[in-house]
Write a protein that binds this ligand. Structure first.
Ligand SMILES: Cc1cc2nc3c(=O)[nH]c(=O)nc-3n(C[C@H](O)[C@H](O)[C@H](O)COP(=O)(O)OP(=O)(O)OC[C@H]3O[C@@H](n4cnc5c(N)ncnc54)[C@H](O)[C@@H]3O)c2cc1C
Length: 277
């Protein structure tokens, strides 16, 4: 199917983009278009106008401060994250982005679009929760910062409100991170994913088991500093029973719950196998 006719504007400043969005309830931000254009073609979404963010330099770039904190512009693509010397301060970012789809999607898709879409099968929402990322959201009333724990509200819903834009993602210093998933084919869509981070936590988040990333607080509290695969397996025992994941053509609920235990243990063990420097 083809999308219905749609208006198109390409502002060159954030202020202009916010004005355009605030002035038209039916306008939507366009980032890499790798989700939005697909849902427009399926007519699941039919915005009146697209506000293309690709001309806004303020939304690009990766900065690393002296303490090791990263600030990543919302319009930074997966390929830019994979290639960035600064982003290597948190190696898991490039590693996970390299697992997303194919090179065409990685060249267009952006960190901001990935988390604003909050498709439960996307790789980055659980990773952002595990890393303890903070999202900066701009609107007519200025800027606000939202923790990843509070950012994801439902399927395709986040704390970014009408007339607002995500401008950057801030990630605290740390290196002991892990990510594991079971996907549909190599580098395909996740059936279940899990991310773990030990330097500011432990923090453990699971994807594809609900509308938003599931923070596995029970598992975190059972780790007690031992992050070997054996200890991780024992910490995740029973996790599946606390989840109520959806069933679909790829996996019934019970299987997904069991997979969640497996990938969560792997993500924790991977994080534990890494030195902090
Ligand atoms: C074939 C294929 C396979 C894929 N496989 C995977 C996969 O395995 N894992 C994965 O994680 N993803 C996958 N994706 C999705 C891909 O990662 C998308 O790039 C991502 O979901 C959306 O990012 P985008 O930059 O393309 O955003 P867009 O599609 O342009 O936008 C997505 C949504 O976010 C909103 N938005 C975008 N930027 C902002 C902003 N700065 N502020 C506020 N709202 C904003 C848009 O209005 C829209 O509602 C796949 C896509 C395709 C086409």
């Amino acid at each position: 199917m083809l999308p219905r006719e749609v208006g198109y504007v390409k502002p060159s400043t954030l202020a202009e983009a916010l004005d355009l969005l605030a002035g038209n309830d039916g306008a939507r931000a366009l980032a890499g278009g790798q989700t939005l254009v697909s849902v427009m073609k399926a007519r699941v979404a039919s915005p009146d106008a697209l506000v293309d963010l690709n001309g806004i330099d303020e939304l690009r770039g990766i900065e690393l401060d002296r303490e090791g904190k990263l600030e990543i512009g919302a319009m930074t693509t997966y390929s830019e994250l994979i290639e960035s010397a600064e982003a290597r301060a948190r190696p898991i970012l490039g590693e996970v982005c390299a697992q997303i789809a194919d090179v065409q999607v990685r060249n267009r898709g952006t960190i901001g679009g990935n988390i604003c879409a909050n498709d439960p099968t996307n790789h980055l929402p659980p990773l952002m929760v595990a890393l303890g990322a903070t999202m900066t959201i701009a609107g007519a009333d200025g800027e606000r910062a939202v923790d990843a724990d509070d950012f994801f509200l439902g399927v395709y819903m986040t704390d970014v409100g009408p007339g607002e834009l995500l401008t950057k993602v801030s990630i605290p210093p740390g290196r002991r991170d892990g990510f594991a998933s079971v996907t549909i084919g190599r580098d395909g869509t996740c059936i279940v994913s899990a991310a773990a981070s030990l330097d500011n936590g432990p923090r453990v988040a699971i994807g594809c088991v609900g509308a938003v990333p599931h923070r596995a607080a029970d598992v975190e509290s059972k780790l007690n500093g031992d992050t070997s695969l054996e200890a991780a397996r024992s910490a995740v025992a029973g996790l599946g029973k606390t989840l109520d994941p959806p069933s679909d053509v790829h996996a019934p609920s019970e299987y997904r719950a069991r997979l969640a235990e497996v990938v969560t243990a792997r993500a924790i063990a991977q994080a534990g196998s890494r030195g902090s420097h």
